[in-house]
Design a protein around this ligand. Structure first.
Ligand code: SF4
Length: 482
């Protein structure tokens, strides 16, 4: 990433989700590109590096696909003319942040693949742990890859399986038997829209309906944005096939024992929008609950509870409700800092964090403040925000984090830096407290994580090191470029 550019989140000290996916099939024949565009807008928090839409006409010539993709945010990549040129009543869209595969236009999705049986459009959220093996297998049989992303490995395996299967959904099922890792997929074939989720259900995927059209989306917030109603989640391991005849479901890959599922808990803590509901659990309520747990487990006397916007706010509210300490606003965020914002030089007096975030002196001066944030990654931003609160006159700053300390890498699609860059790795909580300059510091207890997700089976590997499947023997993230 261009070092002069600034990350979309506060400071460079936040984790990034890899992708958001969206698909739509309108049985009345209306164009879907515009609705997909607005759906991607609602999913923009899941990826800001590139985006794209591919559409087709189910009544038109089989395999004719119009696609537009590029680097940047949805409003940078899609002009009214570009959207207008995307004619078709079935389509898939994608927003991306790269963890596997570099940030280039070739790696932008959806992928469109022409093969002997027609055309596939595919958008993928997640990372495979066996992508290098699958890729080598294909390369040894002559496949030539256009991209460095593991989504292309999935597309090739589906295309290859399609030659020996009666229909595209059976080809998806055959490919899924080989895939290991995290994947939520939306796939467009000439006459079908298909959604699939890996058997552990790492990443979300839901089904919506608007008039005579069906939608697949990473998050329910995207359904609301386009005025669609939520139908249900795609279950972990399920393949749904949407045609003019309705929705059919294949659950052969679903785990016999659902306790082996492993939803990414960080979707609830930070990634997903608070107005989304993931597998029946409201993200907003999960965050409120995390704040309540912090208040019970790590109480402290104080005058004010504040959240670091945006994702710390709901947990701060939960802490305030449980503790009875007033909830307040301490930070004013500049919402207009975009991806292309020019980062201040290290030597300059301006700070990237201060440009995004100012402290309301009137709210915190003379007060004992509890500051709630969703995570500490490298610790640099936390240290700066604590200092900003003190500079504004806060008498004490007590930091509460609505996640346990990050200690381990993620191989399923989250860009967690290497262990040596994680502030909590190899340090005690008190040592971390000292570095960020807080009076007290507490993290959410590990045993609270599944409670936060209403006891749904969750992945907590980045906190606990208990991987729900064998992790790769080496760090494979971005391995195709090495
Ligand atoms: S390791 Fe962490 S970030 Fe990765 S899927 Fe599991 S909970 Fe999510």
């Amino acid at each position: 990433m261009d070092q002069n550019r600034m990350d979309f989140d506060i400071g460079a000290d936040k984790l990034r989700e890899e992708c958001g996916v969206f698909g739509m099939y309108d049985f009345d024949g209306n164009d879907v590109a515009r609705a997909i565009y607005y759906g991607l807008f609602a999913l923009q928090h899941r990826g800001q590096e590139s985006c794209g839409i591919a559409v087709s006409d189910t009544e038109g010539p089989k395999g004719r696909v119009a696609a537009h993709k590029g680097m940047g945010l949805c409003n940078e990549v899609f002009t009214p003319e570009a959207l207008e040129s995307l004619k078709g009543n079935i389509g898939v869209g994608h927003v991306r942040y790269s963890t596997a595969g570099s940030s280039t236009r070739e790696n932008a999705q959806p992928l469109v693949l022409n093969y002997v049986k027609g055309t596939l459009g595919l958008a993928h959220n997640g990372n495979l742990v066996n992508a290098p093996e699958l890729r080598h297998e294909l390369e040894y049989t002559g496949a030539i890859f256009q991209t460095t992303i593991d989504s292309e490995v999935i597309a090739y395996h589906i295309a290859r399986a399609r030659i020996h299967t009666p229909n595209v959904e059976s080809a998806v099922a055959a490919a899924m038997k080989k895939l290991k890792g995290a994947y939520s997929l939306v796939i467009m074939s000439p006459r079908k829209l298909i959604g699939a989720r890996d058997p552990m259900g790492f990443k979300p995927l839901c089904i919506g309906k608007r008039d005579n059209a069906y939608i697949l989306a990473s998050e329910t917030c995207a359904l609301e944005t386009i005025g669609a109603e939520f139908v249900r989640d795609v279950e972990p391991g399920e393949i749904v096939t949407i045609t003019a005849d309705g929705i059919s479901s294949d659950k052969e890959m679903c785990l016999a024992d659902p306790s082996g599922e492993a939803r990414c808990i960080f979707e609830y803590i930070y990634f997903a929008r608070p107005d989304s509901v993931f597998d029946g659990v409201s993200v907003y309520k999960a965050r409120i609950q995390a704040g309540r747990f912090l208040a019970v487990d790590s109480p402290v006397e104080a005058d004010l509870v504040v959240g670091v916007p945006e994702s710390g706010n709901a947990a701060a509210l939960g802490y305030a409700m449980e503790s009875g300490i007033p909830y307040g606003t301490a930070f004013v965020k500049n919402s207009y800092v975009g991806r292309t914002f020019i980062k201040p030089k290290q030597s300059s007096r301006e700070s990237a964090v201060r440009i995004k975030l100012n402290v309301l002196k009137e709210a915190v001066a003379g007060k004992r403040v509890i500051m709630i944030d969703d995570s500490i990654v490298r610790g640099t931003t936390s240290a700066l925000i604590v200092k900003m609160l003190r500079d504004a006159g806060a008498r004490e700053v007590h930091v509460r984090i609505s996640a346990p300390p990050f200690l381990h890498p993620c191989y399923f699609g989250t860009d967690i830096p290497s262990e040596d860059q994680l502030i909590a790795h190899g340090r005690t909580v008190d040592e971390v407290r000292e570095i960020i300059g807080a009076d007290t510091l507490s993290f959410l207890r590990q045993e609270r994580l599944s409670q936060m997700a209403s006891e749904r089976p969750v992945c907590t590997a980045c906190f606990t090191g208990n991987y729900p499947m064998e992790p790769p023997s080496q760090d494979i993230r971005g391995s195709y470029e090495k």
